[in-house]
Every structure is written in structure tokens, then in C-alpha cells.
Design a binder for this molecule. Structure first.
Ligand code: FAD
Length: 499
């Protein structure tokens, strides 16, 4: 068995350059890495909202946060606001980070449920620092020296221009030895003996061989699907949206530190504020609305002048049957796709690359290693899938055929179990390394109107007055924190001022 020496990355979108950047940083010249990308084909050109784990990725690369924001026209993200998802006219926030402060054994939401029963509950968002900041358009970073205060627990992610991010990472990776090759891959050659990938041939006739192939070629899955015929698990019966239209608009006066997702008649619209523009898009189900009508809905719901022609995208929600197959690992859209409702795609790239680094073969390809990679990756994808389905399933909307379909559809048993458990006593347990925290599930359950029948019996360890005082204190302290914070717009312009 030959030791691993050469790695070929096929594709230079966000997936390709995130992979190249991290590999170049961690491998430090141990392997020859070549990235092939085609200007003729281009990239998908969307993908602007993230979750807090992206900070870890940037830290691993050693990127300085203000410099990163400047280079990517970025802004801060404290969570996502969901409008019209539960019922028309209602909205809720899924903020990152903690909710209130535990009292004794239990989470704050358990005490909130008791106060709700008594008709004395404060607005839920007043109990979570991220949510309260988001709703008042304030921002500051968490302070490590203030762990006793809510300010020590602010959790942020970013909105950024994914094209500029990929460009930044391309410069970074090439400076660390990754060789960029411009050209279109026209053929993939498999070894006759075992069907492993041997080489790719470019349109100028050059053949590039490698030991490990990382397929970052986007939806087409050039190596993983077109050459290796791995197969695709289609999840459209659970997540029926299959198209999107994206369009940028002028930067809006309302520079929110959160992403907004507004439910429409047959899908939903995103709004992502960047420094130089606002990103917008309509994700919809083609069985319930046609493309022209979907575009009209999107364009009539912009809060700034349109800045470019709309871009139409088709997709099938799901994932490859094996994301690592033989000597090819698929990353990004080549691996699978779930709609950007919870901004998870860039994260799935990051976690796949980190998982690959953790399970990197030394010489040859050991099946147990490949199986473990696929097991962990499948688990992560399936839990993210369940979390996204929850937003659709737990709707009370019945005003359109699309929402009636979502409300009535079958859901995975794993999600049904979680919903049943929460409905009983407001309990949720994070399993293994699943991506979304208990706080995330709690906020979406409550926001979507999944109200538990009861609460944890240990709530009664405390008197109602003690509980009311505890929640009142949380509100007061958070209110005081907000009073000293700058607005999001002020914070970003200060962070991005010339160094
Ligand atoms: P692509 O950008 O398609 O790149 C593919 C690369 O492969 C290109 O460089 C192309 O030139 C190259 N290539 C293809 N074929 C060949 C060939 N034959 N020869 C040579 N090169 C080739 N993610 C988030 O995290 N947050 C979001 O808010 C978000 N919003 C999204 C909204 C929509 C509508 C969609 C569709 C996706 C969204 N995503 C989001 C996902 C995100 O855009 C992608 O995960 C990310 O951009 C990665 O794309 P990629 O690099 O896999 O593919």
C-alpha cells in the first residue's frame, strides 16, 4: 500500500477553497495539494449566512476577525427571525447561545412554562441575551472576563459575501503551497482493478493523478456521482422545496444583526444584511408555485432597490448514499444539500473537512475508517435535516395547499420522538455531537407553537414567587447590558475602520 502523497480537490467554490485552506494550514506541506477549478463553469454564487461554529474554523486558520469582516463585507449574526412560520402575523427568534440562567437543576424555559401557566410569563426573548440584542439591533462581542454576566455568553456568527470569502481563502491556501490549476475536468479515469479514482483529465489534455480526491464540484458531483455512481438519498418527501431564486438589493437602513426568514405561500424568503448590499432569496416548492410567480413574490418583498438580475437555482434535498466512497470524499454541494433555513451548508463543509483530517488514511484506504466517516457524517446530516423539518411540520398555517401539505406530512421517527418528548414535559436532550443545542430546539419548538402539556415536576422545588423573582432578575440584568451596547451598525463600522 502506497503512503498518501497527493490530494486533488476538484472545484473552487466555498467548499473547494475552505477545504484547501484548512488542509494547507494543518498538513503544513506534508502532502502535494492541487485544486482544479473552471472559470468557465463558475460557482453557485450564494451562501451568506453562518452559525457560530464558523468562528472556530476562522480561528483554526488564524484569521483575524476584523480583517475577515473587512475583506468579506461581513456583518454579525445573533440568530434568525422567523416571520409567519407558526401563524401569519406571528414571529419568533432562534438566537444562538444561552437562554436565561439555570435555577437549581433546571433550565430557565421550565420556569417560564410555569409562569406561562399562571399568565405571568415575561416575553421569552427578554430572557436570552442574544435575542434581546437582536430585537434592539445592538451588538458587542462576548467578554471572556465577564462569565458571570450575560455579556460573557453572547454567541455570534456572521453574514458575509461567500464569493469574497472564497477569494480570501484562495489567496491564503496558495500562499501555503496549494497549487491552483485553471481548467475544466472532462474525464475521470478509474483503476480497472478496484474502481478507485486514478486521475482526471482537463480540457487542454493534461492528466492529473492523485491518491485522494476531494470532490467539491457542486451539485453535479463530478467524481462522486458521475464517475463513481454512488447514488443519492432523496429527502424531498420531508423537505419539499426544490428551487430558489436569489437577488441582491441595496443595503437597507435596517442593518439587522440577524437573518430574517419570512414564510410565503409556498416557501420562504431570506434577508441577509451585508455591508455593501442585502442578500435576498426565495426558496419554494415548484409543485405549488411556478418560477415567474416565485420571482414576483421575491421582488415585491425587497426593502431596497434591486441590484442585479435574479439567479434561478434548482436542487434536490438529500445527500449522497456514501459521502466517502473508495478514494473520493465529497464536500459541499457535491455531498448533498439542505435548504439554507438554518444556515448549515458552510458548516457542513467545515465539519466534513475536520472529520476527514481526523480520519485521514496513512497508506491505502481502510474500510473501517471510511465507514466511521460516513457514520458520523450521516448522523450530522440527519439531525440537521430533522431540525429543518420541524419548522415546516409544526406550523399551524392552513391557508395554502403547501402549508397544509407540510402540516400533514409524515416525518422521520427520530424527529417524531423528539417532538413527543417535548410536548410532554418540555424536555429535549442533545444526542452525541448533534449540531443544534437544546436551546436551539427549545426556541424553535416554542416559536412554532409546540407548547408542552406540563413542565418538569422539579419546578415545584421553588415557590412561584421565587421563580418570578428569578426570571425578573434575568430580564433586568439583560436590560442593563443592552443599555451599554452600541448599535450593530456602529459596531461594524468601528470594527471595519482602517486598521
Ligand atoms: P459551487 O459553488 O457550485 O462550486 C463548484 C466548483 O466546482 C466551481 O469552482 C466550479 O467551477 C467547479 N467545477 C465544477 N465542474 C467542474 C469541472 N468539470 N471542471 C473543473 N471545475 C469544475 N450555505 C450557507 O452556509 N449559508 C447560506 O445562507 C446558504 N445559502 C444558500 C442558498 C442557496 C439557494 C443555495 C443553493 C445554497 C446556499 N448555501 C448556503 C450553500 C452554499 O452556497 C454552498 O454550500 C457553498 O457555496 C458550497 O458550494 P460548492 O463549493 O460546493 O459548489
Amino acid at each position: 500500500m502506497q503512503p498518501l502523497k497527493t490530494i486533488l480537490i476538484a472545484g473552487g467554490g466555498s467548499a473547494g477553497w475552505m477545504t484547501a485552506a484548512l488542509c494547507s494550514r494543518l498538513f503544513q506541506g506534508l502532502y502535494d495539494i492541487v485544486l482544479v477549478e473552471s472559470d468557465q463553469i463558475g460557482t453557485i454564487g450564494v451562501g451568506e449566512a453562518t452559525i457560530p461554529a464558523i468562528k472556530k474554523f476562522n480561528e483554526l486558520l488564524g484569521l483575524e476577525e476584523d480583517d475577515f469582516l473587512r475583506k468579506t463585507q461581513g456583518s454579525f449574526k445573533l440568530g434568525i427571525q422567523f416571520r409567519d412560520w407558526w401563524r401569519k402575523g406571528e414571529s419568533y427568534l432562534h438566537g444562538f447561545g444561552v437562554i436565561g440562567q439555570d435555577l437549581g437543576w433546571l433550565r430557565a424555559h421550565q420556569y417560564w412554562l410555569r409562569m406561562r401557566e399562571l399568565g405571568r410569563a415575561p416575553p421569552f426573548d427578554n430572557l436570552a441575551i442574544n435575542n434581546a440584542m437582536a430585537l434592539s439591533d445592538k451588538f458587542m462581542r462576548a467578554r471572556a472576563d465577564m462569565s458571570e454576566s450575560p455579556i460573557g455568553h453572547i454567541a455570534h456568527a456572521f453574514h458575509f459575501d461567500a464569493g469574497l470569502y472564497a477569494k480570501h481563502l484562495s489567496t491564503y491556501a496558495q500562499a501555503r503551497g496549494v497549487k491552483r490549476r485553471e481548467g475544466k475536468i472532462v474525464e475521470v479515469t478509474l483503476r480497472p482493478a478496484d474502481g478507485f479514482v486514478q486521475s482526471v483529465t482537463l480540457d487542454d489534455g493534461e492528466t492529473v493523478a492523485a491518491d485522494l480526491f476531494i470532490d467539491c464540484s457542486g451539485f453535479r458531483g463530478l467524481i462522486i456521482e458521475q464517475a463513481l455512481k454512488t447514488g443519492y438519498e432523496d429527502w424531498t418527501h420531508w423537505l419539499p422545496c426544490d428551487r430558489a431564486i436569489a437577488v441582491p438589493s441595496e443595503r437597507s437602513e435596517h442593518f439587522t444583526p440577524y437573518t430574517r426568514s419570512t414564510a410565503h405561500d409556498a416557501g420562504w424568503q431570506w434577508r441577509i444584511p451585508l455591508q455593501h448590499r442585502t442578500g435576498n432569496g426565495h426558496v419554494y416548492c415548484s409543485r405549488f408555485i411556478d418560477d415567474d410567480e416565485a420571482e414576483r413574490v421575491l421582488l415585491s418583498n425587497l426593502d431596497g432597490a434591486q441590484r442585479a438580475d435574479p439567479l434561478r437555482i434548482r436542487f434536490t434535498t438529500g445527500k449522497r448514499k456514501k459521502i466517502w466512497n473508495k478514494n473520493c470524499v465529497a464536500v459541499g454541494l457535491a455531498a448533498g444539500f439542505m435548504e439554507p433555513l438554518e444556515s448549515t451548508s458552510l458548516h457542513l463543509i467545515q465539519s466534513s473537512v475536520i472529520r476527514l483530517v481526523r480520519l485521514l488514511p496513512d497508506a491505502g484506504f481502510d474500510q473501517a475508517t471510511i465507514d466511521e466517516f460516513n457514520r458520523q457524517t450521516d448522523f450530522e446530516y440527519e439531525r440537521v435535516r430533522d431540525f429543518i423539518i420541524l419548522h415546516y411540520k409544526a406550523t399551524e398555517r392552513d391557508d395554502t395547499a403547501f402549508w397544509r401539505h407540510c402540516r400533514d406530512m409524515e416525518i422521520p421517527a427520530t424527529l417524531q420522538r423528539k417532538m413527543d418528548l417535548f410536548r410532554a414535559n418540555g424536555r429535549v436532550f442533545r444526542e452525541d455531537d448533534e449540531l443544534f443545542t437544546e436551546e436551539s430546539w427549545i426556541q424553535v419548538f416554542l416559536g412554532q407553537g409546540v407548547i408542552p402539556r406540563g413542565y418538569d415536576p422539579l419546578v415545584r422545588v421553588h415557590s412561584d414567587e421565587e421563580i418570578a423573582r428569578h426570571l425578573g432578575n434575568i430580564e433586568t440584568v439583560i436590560g442593563r447590558c443592552l443599555a451599554v451596547m452600541p448599535s450593530h451598525a456602529e459596531f461594524v463600522s468601528r470594527a471595519c475602520a482602517a486598521p
